[in-house]
Design a protein around this ligand. Structure first.
Ligand SMILES: Nc1ncnc2c1ncn2[C@@H]1O[C@H](COP(=O)(O)OP(=O)(O)OP(=O)(O)O)[C@@H](O)[C@H]1O
Ligand SMILES: [Mg+2]
Length: 502
């Protein structure tokens, strides 16, 4: 058996009374891609943060090339060749791609930073990785997907032996995923061990050689990917089998009652000529690649950034011109953004305030604390947020559980229209089903829901109608029950139907 690059041996970690890891042992090998799997809150991020020196284990050993090591912190781990792309991106938005990637390795000539040489080095590095992003632009100007690629490039620039990727593709669309996958394969060829934390099963089978599953603080399975199938993995993750993504049978939309009507909506260079109706009790989906304009559309409908647009929006037949989220909220519209970190969560506030913030009107001018506790408690239960602690700071919840908290906010607020941008980003397979069941229930109560998503399979199992966007335009409307994921992808990528060869 090959010697492992890095090994976690019998690791324990608790946060207060929450025993997150209880004797976890995993080995990581050179030149392999290894998956780390488990439901939201299983302890995946915690484990890799321990291996990265962010947290200290309560008990257990870390071995690097067979030798026990103790880190002084993440910088120390990095020096030893252990690198990590966190679940929430960590870059300097105001700085250029070059500045972010070059980090502390700035090239100097006569004691002065030679930016030209730095740029050239970064360009060569990006080219080698097959990334075509402009090295001179500010990171904040890039799409979330491109930012993710830059972050990975930044870590690889440090020439690590082992690279942990915590849900790297959760905000990427199909086309961008391909770039990421190519990148991972290239890293593997160079002998790096890539550890992939993911909730996407296809990724495990497409990329990984080995996998380990965490459940309730222990490793419940590990081995060669070839020995597993989806059912076995979900069984190991959940401790039971689930029927994933059955197609919902009938629409329960009331097609006599229009909740929202959008007429020829446009924002220069983002999208144009968008017209559609949202009916009472239906789930309407916008599909399309990242960059197709669907996120911008969602933001415009909610009044984010008060952008100027052309065209008209009607809510209940009356003109609605949101210039700020406050306007949208007052009209009974809720919104779950794509980027949790920037727009979604109130960092450093407890879970309770994050849920109740949108329903202040309902709680009265003098907030009824008891009622607030009741409602937020119920929401945490409905969305199965773990741990069920109203007072825990939101940043201390696992990524998937943060997403569930953000989702429950608008649903607690009794909105009539809810806009969701990539609602299941970072959410495990079991919880995805729960979220869609919840959305179905809301729709059956008459709420109109619009999902903006690049997860074709999920749209197929959850929506009533699908509108496909490509390069800022609507290219096709499909009835969900009558379409397939191939058809949706075809329109998303090519904007037209495939010509069948006979
Ligand atoms: N700093 C912290 N303080 C308190 N609890 C924490 C902290 N970090 C993590 N936890 C808890 O540890 C548990 C495991 O979280 P972790 O982030 O490791 O899960 P995960 O497997 O990465 O889940 P996800 O798929 O949702 O990202 C959760 O119950 C979480 O609330
Ligand atoms: Mg995590």
């Amino acid at each position: 058996m090959a010697e492992s690059v890095l090994e976690a041996r019998d690791i324990y970690k608790s946060f207060g009374s929450n025993n997150v890891l209880e004797g976890v042992s995993v080995r990581f090998y050179e030149g392999r891609v290894q998956a780390l799997l488990g439901v939201n809150g299983a302890g995946k991020s915690t484990l890799v943060k321990i291996l990265q020196g962010v947290y200290q284990a309560d008990k257990g050993d870390i071995l690097l090339n067979g030798e026990k090591i103790v880190y002084s912190g993440p910088a120390d781990a990095l020096k030893r060749g252990i690198s990590m792309v966190f679940q929430e991106l960590n870059m300097f938005g105001e700085m250029s791609v070059t500045e972010n990637i070059i980090g502390s390795h700035r090239i100097k000539t006569h004691g002065m930073i030679n930016w030209k040489a730095c740029r050239q080095s970064v360009r060569a590095h990006l080219d080698e990785l097959g990334i075509s992003i402009d090295e001179t632009v500010q990171v904040k100007e890039l799409s979330l997907a491109d930012q993710q690629l830059v972050e990975i490039a930044r870590c690889v620039y440090e020439k690590p032996k082992i690279l942990f990727l915590d849900e790297p593709s959760s905000s990427l669309s199909k086309a961008e995923e391909e770039i990421l996958y190519r990148l991972i394969r290239r890293l593997k060829e160079t002998g790096i061990c890539v550890v992939l934390i993911t909730h996407k099963m296809e990724e495990v089978f497409e990329l990984c050689d080995q996998l380990s599953v965490l459940r309730d603080g222990r490793v419940t399975a590990s081995g060669d990917v070839a020995e597993f199938d989806v059912d076995r993995i979900t069984g190991d993750m959940l401790g039971k089998t689930v029927d994933i993504f059955k197609r919902s049978s009938v629409t329960n939309g009331n097609y006599d009652k229009v909740l929202m009507e959008v007429q020829k909506l446009g924002i220069p260079r983002k999208f144009e000529d968008i017209s559609f109706k949202l009916y009472e009790g239906e789930i309407l989906a916008f599909a399309g690649l990242v960059g197709s304009g669907k996120s911008e559309l969602a933001r415009a409908l909610f009044g984010v950034n008060g952008v100027k647009y052309t065209g008209k929006i009607l809510v209940d037949g009356k003109p609605y011109a949101p210039s700020a989220p406050y306007d949208a909220s007052a009209q009974g519209i809720g919104y779950v953004p794509i980027s949790r970190k920037e727009e979604g969560i109130f960092t450093n506030f407890e879970a309770k305030s994050n849920i109740s913030s949108a329903m202040l009107a309902k709680l009265g001018f003098f907030i009824d604390r008891k009622k607030e506790d009741d409602i937020t408690g119920r929401m945490m239960e409905e969305f199965n947020v773990r741990p069920r602690n109203l007072h825990q700071n939101i940043v201390n919840f696992s990524g998937g559980n943060q997403q569930k908290i953000v989702l429950s906010r608008w649903i607690a607020a009794d909105k009539r229209i809810v806009l969701l941008d990539e609602p299941t980003r970072g959410v495990d397979v079991g919880a995805k089903q729960e979220i869609y069941d919840n959305l179905r229930r809301l729709a059956s109560e008459g709420i109109g829901i619009i999902i903006f998503s690049s997860e074709t399979n999920e749209l197929l199992s959850s929506s009533d109608r699908i509108i496909i966007m490509r390069e800022g335009k609507m290219v096709k409307e499909l009835v969900t029950a009558e379409t397939t994921s191939e058809e949706i992808l075809m329109y998303s990528i090519a904007g037209k139907e495939a010509v069948k060869e006979v």
